[in-house]
Design a protein around this ligand. Structure first.
Ligand SMILES: [Mn+2]
Length: 331
């Protein structure tokens, strides 16, 4: 059974109710998605000329700062800047103002919205500024990172797909790819995106982009999964990329009666006491996507479900929802 009762703001959803998410599901999986293999190279170095900021050097015994997560951005740079400012994490000029705070972006920076490269540039900038301040700004690799990297690397090269002949470029365009993002994609973006981890754990929160158990197919520990994805991106061909992309595009594993079991499977393998994920917009998870009056979906905040074991962070900014930033733990 769903356990929405303890989460004010979200109406209970009948588990077996036909969901409009089906259409979304099919669209999102259209030509398939591969994972670009990546190599773990560590945090990016500041670009030459990056100014230093006057933060005090952290003492070694100082406790870590507060932990935040950011849901899917999908090119909505202005909304991201506004929410980061609202939370006091950046200043009026868009620079890190959060000291030793820790921020994890949950992936899907580009596609659908107007300025995907602007989003990547901002996150890279904040990563450098946060590190200088004794905090950090890190990011997971979402399926749209795999899709975007695949479009850039493999273009129209045909891939094996159950949906017939497909290519990364066609799939990327069908899933909101913006030509101006591809035109502005530079080597340092590719390098940074290709190094992002697929999974992380922070303060007992297992952080994933997608609400799927497909991560288990890549390894039994967090380093194993991240290494496997990075190695695949570095060494494998278009069909392996595509397969990885498709696996990390799956969704809804934590919904319904079997949801808590799926969450436990991941927590038992990788550690942590709760999963925090993006990828599936909250209106689709709750089934509240299409209001009868056509009103935008109501997104009061992160969506806690699966017996309180999972927190969904994609507020559906691409569908007139919200770009969510939350401080963990979420109640
Ligand atoms: Mn996604």
């Amino acid at each position: 059974m769903f356990s929405h009762e303890s989460h004010p703001g979200y109406e209970p959803t009948l588990p077996d109710q036909p969901s409009p998410a089906l259409q979304f599901d099919q669209l999102d999986q259209l030509p398939g998605r591969d994972d670009p293999p990546t190599i773990e190279l560590g945090p990016p170095l500041p670009e030459p000329g990056t100014p230093t900021y006057p933060y005090p050097a952290p003492a070694p015994d100082e406790p870590p700062g507060p932990l935040y997560v950011v849901g899917d951005v999908h090119g909505y740079l202005e909304e991201l800047l506004a929410e980061l400012r609202h939370q006091g994490l950046i200043d009026a000029d868009g620079h890190w103002a959060a000291g030793r705070a820790r921020i994890w972006f949950l992936g899907d920076f580009t596609d659908r919205g107007p300025d995907g490269i602007g989003v990547i540039d901002l996150v890279m900038q904040l990563a450098a500024e946060a590190a200088a301040a004794g905090g950090y700004c890190r990011a997971l690799m979402g399926n749209h990172e795999l899709l975007f990297l695949g479009a850039a690397r493999y273009g129209d090269e045909p891939v094996q797909s159950t949906a017939g002949t497909a290519s990364f470029l066609a799939a990327w365009r069908l899933n909101g790819g913006q030509q101006h993002d591809l035109d502005r994609l530079q080597a340092h973006h590719i390098s940074w995106l290709s190094r992002l981890p697929a999974i992380a754990i922070e303060d007992g929160h297992l952080l994933l982009h997608s609400d799927t158990t497909a991560y288990l197919e890549y390894g039994e520990s967090i380093p194993d999964v991240n290494d496997a994805v990075h190695k695949l991106l570095a060494d494998e061909g278009v069909d392996e990329w595509w397969d990885c992309f498709r696996r990390f595009t799956k969704r809804f594993a934590f919904r319904g009666e079997a949801g808590p079991m799926a969450v436990h499977e991941l927590l038992d393998t990788y550690g942590g006491t709760r999963i925090v994920h993006g990828h599936s917009p909250i209106p689709y998870l709750t089934g509240a996507v299409h209001a009868d009056d056509g009103a935008p979906p109501h997104i009061p905040g992160p969506y806690v479900y699966a017996d309180d074991l999972a927190v969904a962070m994609d507020g559906g900014v691409t569908m007139e929802g919200r770009l969510l930033i939350a401080r963990l733990p979420v109640n």
